[in-house]
Design a protein around this ligand. Structure first.
Ligand code: 1HN
Length: 343
């Protein structure tokens, strides 16, 4: 390996002249931006334990009315990226959002893509582009870039969901912006796209026309995903049991930026994930266990917890239960890595 010159080796007058002209010598910083073989990773392995976040989120419900919040969210910020930057991974923003009975989060639309994963509560729905999507525990609901969306809660007790956005990426691209709108008028009583795409391998062909291919399905109910994984377990007694959430018209990822999946850990299973370039977020829908990264101390998790792990690392997931399966939903940057040719 080359031994590169340092900044200190350069005369101060020369360095000052460079600075005056907004110039920087590359060679002293070359290894910082191009480390040998393994990239620098700021993403720390972390568990945002729901048990710790929930009381503070409910307190936000008392402290801040919806009119003053637009969205009442506590952001799950990875300290490795600096808390103020609101990044769980380089491209993923995570937040836990609370709506109380009778409240509405007003209609708006924006450039970042968002997914909601429902954590707790019943009786709420998100209207996305005129389609009211029911929110049930573990459901995945898309609000793609540019689509109007507003949240309503007509049930009892709080509703909490996990927001997953590509906001850090879109923000870095200096392309993050939003507009507000009047609440949507809809004639639909429930989510239509789920009905249309409720059978895998079968897609709607209304008036002999297939749907346009950008985000045709908005709601992915957990009951279907869970049943599919259990059914798959009947056929695969070993190996990682994993599904991907896809655009059912194209088979591609739900967004160009972020990918979503779900993993089932069989009773008592110790699951070694294939090593990948992308950092990953795990949300425990059911069960309890641990996550260890690069042979480090296992980090325990229980249902409703949300964890992060860096890319280029060896990840082991363990299901603590000897009798019941455990389920996790994952979010990662695989589509971006694939598109850029670095996956
Ligand atoms: C947003 O639009 C929502 O619609 C939640 O619920 C979190 C974080 C940053 C930017 C936009 C929502 C958000 C957000």
């Amino acid at each position: 390996m080359l031994s590169l010159g340092t900044l200190e080796e350069l005369p101060q007058a020369y360095r000052d002249n460079l600075t005056d002209l907004n110039l920087v010598p590359l060679w002293p910083s070359m290894r910082a931006v191009l480390p040998y073989k393994v990239p620098t990773r700021k993403t720390q392995t972390l568990n945002w334990r729901y048990q710790n976040v929930r009381p503070l989120l409910l307190e936000a419900g008392e402290l801040t009315p919806m009119e003053k919040a637009e969205r009442r969210v506590l952001v799950l910020a990875n300290p490795g990226h600096g808390l103020e930057n609101m990044q769980a991974t380089p491209s993923i923003y995570l937040g836990l959002q609370l709506i109380l009975p009778g409240e509405t989060a007003p209609n708006h639309r924006h450039t970042p893509n968002a997914v909601r994963i429902i954590v707790e509560g019943e009786g709420a729905y998100t209207t996305v582009a005129g389609e009211p999507c029911r929110m049930e525990r573990g459901d995945l609901i898309l609000t793609p870039s540019g689509k109007w969306h507003e949240h309503h809660h007509e049930g009892q007790g709080p509703i909490v969901w996990l927001d997953v956005l590509d906001l850090p990426l879109i923000y870095q691209l200096e392309s993050s912006w939003a507009i507000e709108g009047q609440n949507q008028q809809t004639t639909l009583s429930r989510d239509k796209s789920f009905a249309e795409y409720s059978a895998a391998g079968v897609v709607p062909n209304i008036n002999f026309e297939r749907a346009p291919s950008d985000s045709p399905q908005l709601r992915y109910p957990w009951t279907k995903t869970r049943a599919c994984l259990l059914e798959m377990a009947e056929h695969y007694s070993t190996g990682v049991l994993r599904i991907s959430y896809v655009n059912p018209e194209t088979g591609g990822s739900v967004f160009p930026s972020l990918g979503f999946g779900a993993i089932m850990l069989r009773a008592g299973e110790r699951c070694v994930l294939p090593k990948r370039t992308t950092p990953c977020v795990f949300h425990a829908v059911e069960g309890s266990g641990s996550l260890s990264v690069d042979g480090g101390e296992p980090l325990s998790w229980v249902e409703k917890d949300t964890l992060s792990s860096p890319g280029y690392s060896d990840i082991v997931l363990v299901n603590d239960s000897k009798t019941e399966p455990a389920f996790l939903i994952t979010a990662d940057e695989e589509p971006l890595h694939q598109h850029l040719g670095v996956y």
